[in-house]
Design a protein around this ligand. Structure first.
Ligand code: MF3
Ligand code: CO
Length: 258
């Protein structure tokens, strides 16, 4: 079942999603060589609770932490640990919150110090994929229009799209209908209407699309050990333009500062 949101509910979703963006901004300044990923997770949990909300992922299907922190060839769902970030790493940080009964969900891939040009391009293109998808998140289009836009741009740059993990509706549940794949065909899938709120989250691999799951039951990595990038926004479908409920503006500003 698809849950359409009222304007009031969309404002609550905006609140939860802006808190995710502020949390990612808060930890942006910690993204330096030598810090372990569990320390970043701790700060995020504290920050979310200080703002009258709960971590959205912690306890979800038994997930143990506040953030998913996925480094280099890890695609998503990396569990925070004693791993210390090092110069040249790329780090996808996925964050969820629950406030006033509604979820926020957004992810950003950070660079640690100097990152090689090939990998910087992967991040740039993945982020472009997200925004090209968002451009299609308007009334009258279909889910497949979003999927097609993402896949086309990724593959035009020689990259591949992860198939097994997809975007999703967001609301009182973290994962609602519909599924929003990052690959697909124009004009197919569910019609997009006002009131629909979805997370769009391209996971783009520099090499082949195949992934594997670690024995921890969570961490997803590329099968060929090449790097992977991930950016995610939660958006409300709009008439001419999607309403992006999370934001990267404050994260980008924080990164330029340091
Ligand atoms: N953004 C991710 C997703 O939508 C976060 C889920 S992690 C989990 O799949 F731990 F909550 F499963
Ligand atoms: Co998500």
């Amino acid at each position: 079942m698809v849950f359409y949101k009222t304007n009031e509910e969309i404002e609550l979703l905006r609140e939860s999603n802006l808190l995710v963006s502020k949390t990612l901004t808060e930890i942006a300044s910690m993204m330096k060589p030598g810090i372990n990923t569990l320390a970043i997770d701790k700060r995020a949990e504290e920050f979310i609770r200080d703002h009258g909300a709960e971590p959205g992922f912690k306890g979800y299907n038994g997930y143990p932490n506040t953030l998913c922190i996925s480094v280099n060839d890890q695609v998503v769902h990396g569990i925070p640990s004693d791993y210390e970030l090092k110069e040249g790493d790329i780090v996808s940080v996925d964050c969820g919150t629950k406030k006033n009964g509604f979820y926020g969900d957004s992810a950003y891939t950070f660079m640690i110090g100097e990152v090689n040009a090939d990998i910087r391009k992967l991040l740039k293109v993945t982020r472009e994929c997200l925004y090209l998808g968002i451009e299609k998140a308007v009334t009258g289009n279909r889910v497949g229009d979003i999927s097609y836009a993402i896949q086309t741009h990724a593959e035009a740059n020689g990259y591949s799209v992860v198939r097994e993990l997809v975007g999703h509706g967001v609301g009182r549940q973290l994962h609602e209908k519909p599924e929003v794949p990052n690959y697909g065909r124009k004009g197919v899938g569910m019609k997009l209407n006002r009131g629909l709120v979805i997370a769009i989250e391209p996971m783009i691999n520099m090499g082949k699309k195949e992934i594997k799951q670690a024995r921890d039951g969570w961490t997803i990595s590329t099968a060929d050990k090449m790097p992977s990038a991930h950016f995610e926004h939660t958006v409300a479908i709009g008439d001419q333009k999607a309403d992006i409920l999370s934001t990267f503006d404050c994260i980008d500003k924080e990164i330029i500062k340091k």
